[in-house]
Design a protein around this ligand. Sequence first.
Ligand code: PGA
Length: 251
Amino acid sequence: MKKLIAANWKMFKTWSEGMQTARELLVATRQDLPADREVLLIPSFTLLKGVGEVFSGVENYYLGAQNFYPEEQGAYTGEISPVQLKDLGCSFALAGHSERRHVLGETDEFVGQKVRFGLEKGLNIILCIGEKIEERKKGQVEEVLHRQLAKGLAGVEKDIEPQRLSIAYEPVWAIGTGEVAGPKEIVHAHTFIRNELAEYFQFYKDIRILYGGSVKPDNASQILGLDNVDGVLVGGASLKAESFSQIVLAE
Ligand code: PGA
C-alpha cells in the first residue's frame, strides 16, 4: 500500500500564490518521490483548476477537494457537487473535516451522506474523524471514533476497493495547535480504527489510515513509521512548498 501525503490548504492562498506553491512543490519532490508514496493537494475550490493543470500527467500526484454537497446538481446556492469536482480533475475529497463539523456545524449523519454520495459519484473519499480535548479527558476517545465511523460509513459497500476510501484520524486538539499526538496515542487510535474497519469491509487491511494534527517536517518521519499509519494529512506545514516537500520526502 502506498503512503498518502496530503496537503490541506484550507482557506488560504490566492491564485498566484497557489500556482507558485504547487509548481515549487513539484520541482522539489517529483524527482525523488519514493516509489511507495503518493501526494495529494487539497486547495480551495478556486485553485482546483490551476493546481490540476500543474499536476496534469504527473504520476502519483493527485488533486482533492475540501468539501462538497451530496447532490449531483440543483438549487443549492454556494455549494459544489462531486460531478463538478470530477469535471475539474479531482479524484479525492475530504468528508467531515473537524472544521466542518465543529465550526460549520456538520452532523455525523450529514458526513455519512457525503461519504456515500461522493463514493457513488466516483470520488475517493477521506473520512476525517477525531475527538475533542474534553472527550479525550473523559476517556471517550474510542466511543467518539466508533460513533463517527458508524455514522460516516453507514451504507458503504462491504467490498469497496480499498483505495477508494481512507480514514484520517485527526484529534481536534492537535489541529493547528502545534500540539501533536504522541506515538502511543496515535498507534492506539489507528489500531482501534483498523479493528473497527474489519467490521465493515472485506479489504479493511488495505484501507489507508492517515494521521493529521500538527504534522511538521521534524515529526513526519516518526509518525509515518508508526504501525497502522498509512499517510498524513497536513494543514499549516503544507502551505509552504519547502516544509511540505520535507514531509513528502521524509525518510
Ligand atoms: P494542521 O492541520 O496540520 O495545521 O494541524 C491539519 C488538518 O486540519 O488537516
